[in-house]
Unconditional design. Sequence first.
Length: 294
Amino acid sequence: MIHWIQTVWGLLVDPFSEFAFMRRALVATLALSVSGAPLGIFLTLRRMSLLGDALSHAILPGVAMGFMLFGVSLTAMTIGGVLGGLIVVALAGLVSRSTLLKEDASLAAIYLVALALGITLMSSQGTQLDLLHILFGSALGVDSQGLIMVTGVASGTLLTLAVLYRGLVLESFDPVYLAASGRRSWVWQQGFLMLVVVNLVAGFQTMGTLMAVGLMMLPAVSARLWHDTLPAQLINAALQAMLAGFGGLLVSYYFNTPSGPTIIGCAGILYGISLLLAPGGWVQGLLPQKHRTA
């Protein structure tokens, strides 16, 4: 029994104790988990779940422009990604205010154009490997500079969420009251969207522009099946994201699979378990009402 426990412990710990690149990948993934998953909760509360997916594609042209101008420069691609995401959000808002299109429709159209433009730019200026790296990321390839950037974004996001928490809750549940109290709801909305963009850009190096949103949304959707209260959902989402990151890195290490998609796959497994076993899942839905409320 003791030998079995030692073997399992070694399988879980040895990759991170022996290799610095695994430790960097783990820290970066955990940092993205604790900052991104709570943002996913607020996106689901505001019925904007698909917005994260749209924004993850929208940052690609900015990342591509940074790559074209400065090469493989994390700073340039990060700044380009942030600017690209903010420009797409601003354009979608402008189109919705000046035409009959709603914001979700205008955002869908603009992000598709942005995605096509980004892939075209990367294909014309970089190699296929460069494009795959930006689209799908490589958590195992995070360097010290990338780690500092990710942890800095995560720390800044948590502090900002703590400051804006009451306003975001009001804007999510009762925007009419927020407006009546003299606070401009668009300030909270734009500030929140900026946090989403910055976190997606921070995640592109580890998860890629296509996968970064997965660590934000899958744990958030799963957490809502387990809890009714917002604080419990925020904690649950962060814990699920961290567990998916830890498990995904181990699977990627032992089975030589792409780290980003593997982490999202683990988050998908947790989502499937939540669908089955959570209080808001299928099994509880099949039980008689008296059993569900007991």
